[in-house]
Ligand binder design. Structure first.
Ligand SMILES: [Zn+2]
Length: 397
């Protein structure tokens, strides 16, 4: 069934075209969760640059600020630490207006320049709304700090051996299966699943059943060539408004791993617990992927009784995904800690749409470490035979 899609990543939109901003981790966190210090300066600066992008009336200017925001958000080091060592370098894509915002924040912690521009634009309410949608999103520099924090326990990058959400040219990814497979193997993974979209997600050029059969022949050929790496046959099914998925019962058996994810009705404010609970009762679904559908600075995602969803997911042994796409970070460490307490297992995935985005899994690892999730509860850390046993047990339900 073809579902109307109101949101999701348009096929033509480069992943780089994200605007990022401020992070605030000054939140009530469940016991045993270590809160990060509330100073992700790069996220704050990127947020302010995103604010400037949002108020522009001329598209090239908006694009330029979005690009500057993405550049700052993806830096490996916090800008204040960089400047403490030497004068800041000239960053490609960061013009004088963006540089002024960086200087403002490094000098004063805020940007009077941005606040004046927001007031002059008459879009203060919209900007304030966007600012509330940036909580608990980490910049790349903050992710790197969290991964290196010796105070944290839980899953580490060294435990991680397989990525279970990535997209190829068979749907909305930018590259071929052989290239993705080589990139995963180069990261030291023993296996991974390619999870192109199913046909219901037309905006992402989803695969028909015939496409999937042809893709599976290509996967078999690639696996025959690799000695130490296996690509699993995955799919990202779309959860429609009623909680049904766009892969039929007969088709489900053809896949090693089935992700189910919402891509529409993500801005509704009414409760959608029933929609997600229905997915958890679907035999053959393995992973509830980016469960809320939140998007940084854009939407809060699905409103639901998450404790009820996590309790049911634990009971039926469906994994809860922490999606590492920097603009998603769904579920974040606070919600992940609740899923951990409910007894869930987790999938930590990059949601890569090209080989250079496989590194996004580190964002998922950062949230998992803050939530204190052990490697034994992370299906990406299991040996392939254990994963296959778990996957089959889900299919037999
Ligand atoms: Zn998705």
């Amino acid at each position: 069934m073809r579902v109307p899609v109101s949101a999701g990543r348009p096929a033509f939109q480069p992943a780089r075209d994200l605007h990022y901003s401020e992070v605030s981790v000054a939140v009530a966190v469940p016991s045993r969760v270590t809160a990060a210090p509330p100073t992700d300066l790069n996220a704050r600066i990127a947020g302010l640059l995103g604010d400037l992008a949002a108020i522009q009336t001329v598209r090239p200017k908006a694009v330029a600020f979005r690009h500057a925001a993405a550049t700052v958000f993806s830096l490996a080091t916090q800008l204040d630490r960089m400047r403490a060592e030497k004068p800041l370098p000239k960053f490609p894509g960061i013009g004088p207006s963006s540089q002024r915002v960086i200087d403002d924040v490094l000098e004063t912690g805020a940007s009077a320049t941005v606040e004046r521009a927001v007031d002059a634009s008459g879009k203060r309410a919209d900007v304030e709304r966007r600012r509330t949608l940036r909580d608990r999103f980490f910049s790349r520099a903050e992710v790197i700090r969290i991964l290196a924090d010796p105070q944290l326990s839980g899953v580490t990058a060294a435990d991680y051996r397989a990525d279970f959400q990535m997209h190829s040219e068979w749907s909305d990814g930018s590259t071929t299966l052989p290239v993705l497979a080589r990139a995963c193997a180069a990261r030291g993974y023993s296996h991974s699943a390619v999870t192109d979209h199913a046909h219901g997600l037309a905006i992402a050029r989803g695969m028909s059943a015939d496409d999937a059969a042809r893709q599976h022949r290509e996967i078999d050929e690639i696996n025959a060539r690799h000695r130490d790496f296996v690509i699993l046959k995955g799919i990202e099914a779309n959860i429609d408004a009623t909680g049904a998925i766009d892969v039929s019962d007969e088709q489900l058996a053809a896949f090693d791993l089935v992700l189910a994810a919402p891509h529409a009705k993500l801005r509704e404010t009414s409760d959608q617990t029933e929609r997600l609970l229905r997915v958890l009762e679907t035999p053959g679904v393995h992973i509830l992927a980016h469960p809320s559908g939140r998007k940084r600075g854009e939407r809060a995602g699905i409103v639901a009784d998450w404790d009820a969803i996590f309790a049911r997911a634990a009971a039926v042994n469906i994994a809860i995904e922490i999606d590492g796409d920097p603009s998603r970070q769904d579920v974040d460490f606070v919600r992940a800690a609740r899923a951990r307490d409910a007894g869930c297992v987790f999938a930590l995935d990059s949601d890569a749409h090209g080989p250079d985005e496989l590194v996004y899994v580190e964002t998922a690892l950062a949230h998992a470490r803050l939530a204190g999730i052990p490697a034994t509860r992370v299906i990406n850390c299991w040996p392939l035979d254990k994963l296959r046993r778990w996957a089959r047990s889900r299919q037999q339900r």
